[in-house]
Design a binder for this molecule. Structure first.
Ligand code: HEC
Length: 156
């Protein structure tokens, strides 16, 4: 193989590698004024992420009601709603904008809700469900401390 060919191949690999890095690891981000990482999303993508967030909040409340009323079925059902199955078919374009660590934290949070649901079904101990909930809420706290969403003004 001649030298020119090698140089072109190396350059192409660098471009592809950069694209893969950006798509899988870095996402579409910048540093924000409050020290968090701002993820740049369009309006529809932001609505999708925030809709998922409100589902989290709603079902956290339902789980706490379940704990207070010793209602294991309510705990399990609510936790399942925000388990892995709830990860709506996230479009590839949105996935590419989310940093890898953000995706990992999100996935882990859904998985922990599934664990909470299974545990509630199998062991029926509300105090333990509450302990699992407070543990998994470390994910909510640490993700909110690290990331925010920026959306270009639409005038709406
Ligand atoms: C993987 C990261 C991540 C995890 C995990 C996460 N959030 Fe969020 N959440 C965000 C981001 C980013 C925002 C937007 C914050 C901003 O722009 O200031 C947000 C916003 C919200 C909002 C505001 C919704 C709205 O309509 O404005 C609520 C409520 C919320 N999250 C609840 C939760 C709860 C409860 C949990 C845990 C069960 C949780 N989130 C876990 C990243 C996360």
């Amino acid at each position: 193989m001649n030298k020119k060919c090698t140089v072109i191949i190396v350059l192409l690999l660098l471009v592809i590698g950069g694209g893969v890095y950006k798509f899988i690891f870095q996402g579409s981000v910048s540093e924000s004024t409050d020290g968090r990482i701002a993820i740049h999303l369009n309006g529809g993508e932001r609505d999708l992420v925030l809709g998922e967030m409100r589902m989290f909040l709603e079902n956290v409340q339902q789980i706490i009601i379940g704990v207070n009323e010793n209602d294991m079925a309510r705990i399990a059902e609510s936790a399942r709603i925000v388990g892995r199955a709830a990860q709506a078919a996230v479009p590839g374009t949105l996935l590419g904008k989310l940093p890898a660590e953000f995706k990992a934290l999100g996935f882990d949070t859904h998985s922990k809700f599934d664990e909470l649901a299974s545990n509630a079904e199998q062991f029926g101990d509300p105090a333990y469900s509450l302990r699992l909930l407070s543990d998994l809420m470390n994910n909510c706290v640490s993700c909110h401390a690290a990331y925010k969403i920026n959306t270009p003004a639409t005038g709406l």
